[in-house]
Design a binder for this molecule. Structure first.
Ligand SMILES: Nc1ncnc2c1ncn2[C@@H]1O[C@H](COP(=O)(O)OP(=O)(O)OP(=O)(O)O)[C@@H](O)[C@H]1O
Ligand SMILES: [Mg+2]
Length: 406
């Protein structure tokens, strides 16, 4: 802006100085020429002129026009040759040329000085505007950068953080800080609510689950026979699994700082064996084959409840979405696969199936579409990786990598 304004202003000064110079000097010279032509020459006198002004005429030998001025056009013009500078004023009367030539060296020097001052003023004002603009921008932006810095380094989960707004003036930045404080407050409130909810759930469910478990123990103590014994054992097992699941959900809901609680306790083979005994009867009841194949040994230990939740969700899906053929659980070094010969998942749908509440067109039973999303979240939490693809023979293959060597 300054560049534009002061540039225009400076050019304007130069143009105006030129215009006024031309106007005044040409008027003056016109007047002088009049005096020479109407008074001095008719009286036979030499022209009365200032010492720096010369008179030339095309029809008088004593005032012959020098070659260097021969081409000068009629009217006022400025002539600059080398160091010398002249004003020339030419008038033509009946084919005769009369000319006044005035040295303008002194004026030119002053003019040059004026232009230098104008140029210096222009440069100074641009530099000043740049410096001032830079300083002001810094001053205006510094609270914004400070706020950004504070927001960036703030852990919203930390309990004791002072509000930001009191540190700032009551201007736009202060309002921004206050808005941030209130958003953070709401966020923390909802986090707190969620924390309370999960602990409430765990607390409330734990009691009935314990009652179920202790009732089962009491029933066991009466030494039930045959089918009854089996049913009591199944109830006890289901209650134990439910307790583990509640713990799994709690674990997923908690913040990362409690990750230490996720230490591995079970091997892949142990979990697979347990899942086999849980799912094989149901799979076979549906008329399908079940196969547990071990392709590589794996001795690492994994979180029991989490691995169990992943594997059982995949096996349950395989059971639900397979009508003929077989379900296969393959253990490898560092991971496992669940393969089936069922309906499969179209390629463009695969990513979507891992989202919560998304079910395929082939959805069966009462599900909500949460199974795969839970599996995905567990994998994220544990640093496992899950992928799905189709088998050549039809059906799908869910592959879980528990650590990198797989
Ligand atoms: N082994 C599979 N073969 C074919 N389609 C599958 C398989 N596993 C999952 N799907 C598809 O992915 C969708 C999402 O699975 P997800 O386990 O998340 O939900 P659901 O099984 O429908 O319900 P929920 O698990 O909550 O009871 C399913 O509705 C189904 O269309
Ligand atoms: Mg499912």
């Amino acid at each position: 802006m300054t560049l534009l304004v002061s540039g225009t202003f400076s050019l304007g000064i130069v143009a105006i100085v030129h215009a006024i110079e031309e106007h005044l000097v040409s008027q003056e010279m016109d007047h002088e020429l009049n005096v020479v032509l109407r008074e001095d020459l008719p009286r036979g006198q030499a022209p009365r002129l200032a010492s720096d002004t010369r008179f030339f005429a095309s029809d008088r030998r004593e005032y012959e026009i020098p070659d260097q001025f021969a081409e000068v056009v009629e009217g006022f013009s400025e002539i600059v040759t080398g160091d010398a500078a002249y004003y020339a004023y030419v008038r033509e009367v009946d084919g005769r040329r009369y000319m006044l030539v005035q040295e303008q060296h002194e004026f030119e020097t002053r003019e040059q000085a004026l232009f230098d001052v104008v140029l210096a003023g222009f440069l100074l004002s641009v530099a000043g505007a740049w410096g001032l603009g830079w300083m002001m921008a810094r001053r205006v932006m510094s609270p914004v950068s400070r706020l950004a810095q504070q927001v960036r380094h703030r852990d919203p989960l930390l309990a004791e953080i002072p509000p930001l707004a009191p540190e700032y003036a009551d201007d736009e930045i202060g309002q921004l800080a206050a808005a941030f404080d209130s958003t953070l407050g709401q966020l923390r409130q909802s986090l707190e609510r969620e924390r309370l909810f999960t602990s409430d759930v765990s607390h409330e469910l734990r009691t009935p689950l314990m009652i179920i478990a202790s009732t089962c123990e009491l029933l066991e103590a009466t030494h039930p026979e045959g089918r009854e014994h089996e049913q009591v054992a199944r109830i006890a097992h289901a209650a134990e699994e439910m307790r583990d699941l509640v713990q799994t959900f709690l674990l997923l809901a908690r913040s990362r700082s409690e990750d230490a609680a996720c230490e591995g306790t079970s091997t892949l083979a142990a979990v697979a064996e347990e899942q086999r005994s849980r799912w094989e009867p149901q799979i076979r009841d549906k008329g399908l084959d079940f196969e547990l194949r071990v392709e590589g040994p794996d001795s690492a230990r994994y979180h029991l409840a989490l691995l169990r939740a992943v594997m059982s969700n995949l096996l349950r899906n395989a059971l639900h979405y397979t009508d003929h053929g077989l379900v296969r659980l393959v253990l490898e070094n560092g991971g496992f696969r669940v393969e089936d010969s069922g309906v499969g998942i179209p390629e463009d749908q695969r990513e979507r199936m891992f989202q919560a509440f998304v079910r395929g067109v082939e959805a069966r039973g009462e599900g909500l579409g949460l199974g795969l999303s839970l599996v995905k979240r567990i994998c994220l939490h544990q640093g496992w990786r899950i992928s799905v693809n189709s088998l050549a023979a039809g059906g799908s293959c869910f592959k879980v990598r528990l650590h990198e060597s797989f």
